[in-house]
Design a protein around this ligand. Structure first.
Ligand code: SF4
Length: 455
């Protein structure tokens, strides 16, 4: 016997598709089939019962092998490691729910750590620009129902967000977009011809890292002024043609990805893109939306934003107030300058994405990785604590790329004994409180001072 769970939220990419149907066994233990998801989304659900799954914490031994330990031992080790550190780094958070992020923030506060999320190496520059400039934006539902001019700039949803185009941006028929794709004009700006560029009506191939100059040229043309015959590899005629297409639309949406946030100019590219969209609002309605990758990287920024005022790179080591200074309090910089002396990697894979030197430092300091799966980070850590998979084995709030909060759903039970992220963080925090009380000190700095006196 099977049962079908409808309206399941896919917790893979920032599109957070909310129409999956998942067939599970009657006892709620095994996923049998997934409908409506794209290939990468379906894979997430179908490999949950993988026989190689880690279901107990693993502590690395001196000879490099791993030894299974209990959750109590893992929690005790983590609490003591964090209290012994002067400045622990808590990095990741993009693939867990907001409840866990909030619980983790309490732990980071108590242990005087730095809390940072994946935005630090992806859309951090977008967040800086948005804080500096503000952002004219909307929801993906508005895009589906209203947008008739779509620009994809430095992003490739055909591969990274496979259902984005069918659910929101190119193909769907909406209230004011009844003709679907036929009623929309799609423009793709990129330095190479991606699969997204192949489905666009207009492809603008630019020279790599000339994004700022091209946006500037768009703004100049929009003001009716002259530009050089060629800007960033694009003929002036092409730039003028794009501006005419945009001005003739009723609702323009610019989706931008890391091809814009990671080329020369970084946050200034986004500043300029926001100002371009502002200018365009003199002629027609126009908005922009960042193409966020991990399913809750947006939520990680939201939770930090409402708790400390900054969406990433929050230094809580003063135990009184948060400091945020990209370049100083960002994870890569802290690691390569050896300014952190312990690390918790949670719901992301630091070792797979950070520069080699930062990863080398992470591997040389006490590191705990909290993740349902084995990853490059788990293999460089002293301790790997497995947890339940959000959106599959546990629900919770996650934010879609357009900042809409969505309550994800549990489909099957986690393997027996495996903890949820939120519960794990609450138990580590409780253990930290117990250790402080046992030592008769009120906070982490007093604990460190006591340790130093004793040695
Ligand atoms: S587009 Fe993203 S959220 Fe939607 S099914 Fe695919 S992986 Fe999941």
């Amino acid at each position: 016997m099977t049962k079908t769970i409808k309206n399941v939220i896919c917790t893979f990419c920032g599109t957070l598709c909310d129409d999956l149907e998942v067939d599970v066994t009657d006892d709620g233990k095994k996923i049998l089939q997934v409908r409506n998801a794209c290939a990468i989304g379906a894979e997430k659900y179908l490999h949950v019962g993988n026989p190689g799954r880690v279901v107990v914490p693993r502590m690395r031994q001196a000879d490099g092998t791993y030894k299974d330990i209990s959750y109590d031992e893992a929690i005790d080790f983590t609490a003591k490691t964090l209290l012994k550190a002067k400045k622990p780094l808590f990095y990741g958070w993009s693939s867990t729910n907001c409840e866990a992020i909030s619980a983790g923030n309490v732990l980071a506060e108590k242990t005087g750590g730095v809390i940072d999320n994946c935005a630090t190496v992806c859309h951090g520059s977008s967040l800086l620009a948005i804080q500096d400039t503000g952002v004219p934006s909307c929801t993906l539902g508005e895009v589906k129902n209203r947008a008739d001019r779509i620009i994809f700039w430095g992003c490739n949803p055909a591969h990274a967000h496979p259902r984005h185009m069918s659910r929101y941006s190119i193909f769907p028929r909406g209230f004011f977009t009844a003709k679907g794709q036929k009623g929309r004009k799609i423009i793709c700006v990129d330095c190479r011809e991606t699969d997204t560029a192949k489905v666009a009506d207009t492809f603008v191939r630019i020279k790599q890292s000339y994004d700022y100059e091209i946006i500037d040229a768009f703004r100049t043309v929009l003001r009716g002024e002259e530009i050089p015959a060629e800007v960033g590899g694009v003929p002036a005629e092409k730039i003028k043609e794009v501006i005419e297409i945009l001005k003739s639309g009723r609702f323009v949406t610019l989706f931008f990805g890391m091809g814009l946030t990671h080329t020369l100019g970084r946050n200034h590219n986004i500043d300029e893109a926001i100002n371009f969209i502002r200018d365009l609002n003199d002629y027609t309605k126009a908005v922009l939306i960042a193409m966020r990758g991990h399913y809750n990287v947006t939520g990680a920024g939201q939770v930090l934003g409402w708790q400390y005022g900054y969406p990433f790179a929050c230094d809580l080591s003063r135990l009184t107030m948060a400091r945020h200074n990209p370049g100083e309090t960002t994870s890569v910089d802290l690691l390569v300058r050896h300014e952190v002396d312990a690390c918790v990697v949670i719901a992301s894979d630091l070792a797979a994405h950070f520069p080699f030197e930062a990863t080398r430092v992470m591997a040389s300091i006490p590191t705990i990785t909290i993740d349902p799966h084995i990853s490059m980070s788990t293999e460089l850590s002293d301790l790997h604590i497995p947890v339940a998979i959000v959106g599959v084995e546990v629900g919770g709030c996650c934010y879609r790329m357009d900042n809409v909060p969505i309550e994800t759903r549990k489909c099957v039970d986690a393997p027996e004994g495996v903890l949820e992220d939120e519960e794990l963080f609450n138990r580590i925090t409780k253990r930290v409180d117990e250790i402080l009380a046992e030592n008769g000190v009120k906070d982490a700095s007093e604990y460190l001072a006591k340790l130093e006196q004793e040695t």
